[in-house]
Design a protein around this ligand. Structure first.
Ligand SMILES: [Fe+2]
Length: 201
């Protein structure tokens, strides 16, 4: 686990984006105090992990492969996320206030979304970073049109900036980091992210 986080921190430290370097610093200060997190479930979407990593080379994909079962994947059970992405997403949080690697300044983990999925518009107080490790996804951020991101690309979302993610034929495998005010209570799924039938837009 620690080796995985170190590899991610090294990669982030080499990036030009200030948010990446902030995340790298915070990850470098995280302290290992517990054993690996335990999960007793294998989310259905995990079938897409290997396909997402196929043919992807580089330190992040290698580190994720090497970490293997040390990463405790679980499906997000927060109401709106489950309603729109139930069975189609899994995440882990390997660094954070309540994670095996403890940090009070960053939450950090992995995120996997099945093909053909929409993560509806939402916003939160945390400063958010996504790093695409494998597969592909499209991000809608603020008023910008959807833009496609692939392996090695970084997406930065500012606090309370509305954003959404869509996948098409490929799954999407990312790292994620929340910095700043990362209280999960400050998270909103936006009502304008749905059409009249409640479908995500
Ligand atoms: Fe977000």
């Amino acid at each position: 686990m620690q080796r995985f986080v170190e590899a991610c921190a090294t990669w982030l430290a080499s990036r030009p984006e200030a948010a990446c370097r902030r995340a790298a610093l915070a990850l470098g200060e995280a302290a290992m105090i517990g054993g690996a997190a335990v999960t007793d479930e294998t989310p259905a979407v995990m079938a897409h992990l290997e396909p997402a990593l196929t043919a992807v080379r580089g330190p992040l994909a290698d580190a994720l492969r090497a970490a293997g079962d040390e990463i405790a994947w679980f499906e997000s059970r927060s109401g709106e996320v489950e309603r729109h992405m139930g069975g189609r997403n899994a995440m882990s949080q390997v660094v954070g206030p309540d994670s095996p690697l403890v940090s009070e300044t960053v939450r950090f983990g992995t995120f996997l979304i099945a093909p053909g999925t929409c993560y509806p518009r939402h916003a939160h107080s945390a400063d958010e970073l996504y790093v695409v490790v494998g597969g592909r996804g499209r991000w809608w951020i603020g008023d910008s049109p959807y833009r496609s991101y692939g392996p090695g690309e970084v997406v930065h979302v500012m606090p309370w900036q509305k954003h959404a993610i869509r996948t098409d034929e490929a799954p999407l495998l990312t790292l994620w980091a929340w910095m700043g005010d990362f209280d999960f209570k400050n998270y909103r799924m936006e009502p304008d992210g749905f059409d009249a039938d409640g479908q995500a837009i």
